[in-house]
Write a protein that binds this ligand. Structure first.
Ligand code: LRH
Ligand code: MN
Ligand code: MN
Length: 435
């Protein structure tokens, strides 16, 4: 039997209270969808298959460059982080994997961590390396770059760290390594733009060579920050070129917050899917830059349009490229909310976009596109986007043993009060590792 963090009886009690309202909403929605020729049961079954990984660093309070205001009962190590991740999955049933970040989540006992996770029904998605900070006791500084550093010893240290991450990931059952580097220049002339990318590729070739046969490597691009003049892997074009150069195991990872404002991210998704290089996502939302806000909190239509492209790609893949399975992960930082509540809400919002995209009448859309009926083509997307699928999501959760209303259930269970007592804050401990 699976271990549960929140008493299963409490979840059942919560669902019983919600049952009548949910049944009524579900029936009303089912009737409305039936008139559109859509079987609600199919959508509910599909919703139940959805999964997005939780970032281990998301369960602590992130803070900004200016301050961090710690929350109560923050996890103090990776084992406590897993407990919080288990709550998120128990109530949403949509987050069966965790993405770890090293060395923030380093453990001397990966076997124990794996067993703890398995007990909760959790697995591990991509592991992330970190050469954007110096760690205590490290021989060389990344102040002037890591995989692109001019000093060979610095590059070697960064490569060794990534290979270490692969080793840890292997012990945990991960199947991918995500590499994001902040390397770049703050001033024109600081480094040779082409030379930096050549050194990056040299380093990445060494890491690629250490990947097990069934692993992937995700290259995560980001426009700027911490390098404010020229970031080495700033855009999907550079990411795509590097992934192509490195080989089939290298793919591109799209973090929604890593683009210039107003960038058409769904088109990037379409391009990467077309050329077989869409590796995965870091979902979050933003208004200005890499804000790392909750998914769907600022621009839910964009999230829907991303999933519309994914649905299109999945449909095409059925006929050929059957291994189209990009990794879905959240990457958020919570400053003013309870991280568990934010992560549950985000998982549900991403799942919502997934279900709404499945509602798009693709045959009608194609016909409107062929006929150049622009207005109806746009309205076909809007019809799906405007449909409130909340009852489908809630029903899928309840049927899978989750909570009708994850945040309501979580609050009623008093989990935060419990951990606040069990996990007294230690001075100087950063919950997320982001300092
Ligand atoms: C960089 C990033 C990357 C890191 C994470 C902490 O901005 O998105 O994914 O690993 O934040
Ligand atoms: Mn990211
Ligand atoms: Mn980011």
């Amino acid at each position: 039997a699976q271990n549960t963090v929140i008493d299963a009886g409490r979840v059942a009690e919560h669902n019983a209270q919600q049952q009548a309202a949910l049944a009524a909403d579900y029936e009303a929605l089912g009737g409305m969808l039936a008139r559109r020729g859509v079987d609600i049961e199919k959508l509910t079954a599909l919703a139940g298959t959805f999964a997005v990984a939780v970032p281990s660093w998301g369960v602590g309070t992130g803070g900004t460059r200016f301050a961090r205001f710690p929350g109560r009962g923050e996890p103090r190590n990776v084992f406590e982080k897993m407990e919080d991740c288990a709550v998120i999955h128990q109530l949403t049933r949509a987050t069966p994997a965790v993405s770890l970040h090293f060395p923030w989540d380093r453990t001397d006992d990966p076997q124990a961590l794996r067993e703890l996770a398995e007990g909760y029904g959790l697995g591990f998605d991509a592991v992330n390396s970190n050469t954007f900070q110096d760690q205590q006791g490290q021989g060389h500084s990344y102040k002037y770059g890591s995989l692109t550093a001019t000093a060979g010893a610095v590059r070697a240290q960064a490569v060794a760290h990534n290979i270490d991450c692969i080793e840890l990931g292997k012990a945990l059952g991960s199947k991918a390594l995500t590499v994001w580097v902040g390397d770049g220049a703050n001033f024109p002339g600081q480094h040779n733009l082409r030379g930096a990318l050549e050194r990056y590729l040299d380093s990445m070739r060494d890491i690629y060579g250490a990947l097990p046969a069934d692993w992937l490597m995700f290259i995560e691009h980001k426009l700027f920050e911490p390098a404010f003049y020229a970031t080495t892997i700033a855009d999907w074009g550079t990411s795509f070129a590097c992934a192509t150069e490195l080989g089939p195991k290298a793919k591109c990872l799209v973090d929604l917050g890593h683009h210039a404002p107003n960038t058409n991210i769904e088109m990037i998704v379409a391009r990467l899917a077309q050329f077989g290089k869409l590796g995965g996502f870091h979902f979050n939302d933003s208004k200005y830059g890499d804000d790392d806000l909750d998914s769907g909190s600022i621009n839910p239509f964009q999230l829907f349009l991303v999933f519309n492209e994914l649905a299109d790609a999945a449909q095409r893949a059925k006929g050929g490229d059957s291994d189209f399975a990009p990794a879905y992960m959240l990457d958020q930082s919570h400053n003013v909310t309870d991280p568990i509540e934010s992560l549950m809400t985000s998982a549900v919002e991403v799942q919502r976009a997934f279900v709404q995209a499945a509602l798009v009448d693709r045959n009608a859309l194609r016909a409107h596109q062929e006929a150049n009926d622009v207005l109806q083509a746009a309205q076909t997307l809007k019809a799906a986007y405007r449909t409130d699928v909340s009852a489908i999501l809630a029903m899928a959760r309840v049927r899978n043993g989750g909570a009708a209303d994850p945040v309501g259930c979580y609050r009623a269970a008093g989990y935060r009060d419990g951990v606040a007592e069990r996990r007294p804050a230690k001075a100087g401990v950063s919950g997320s590792g982001i300092v």
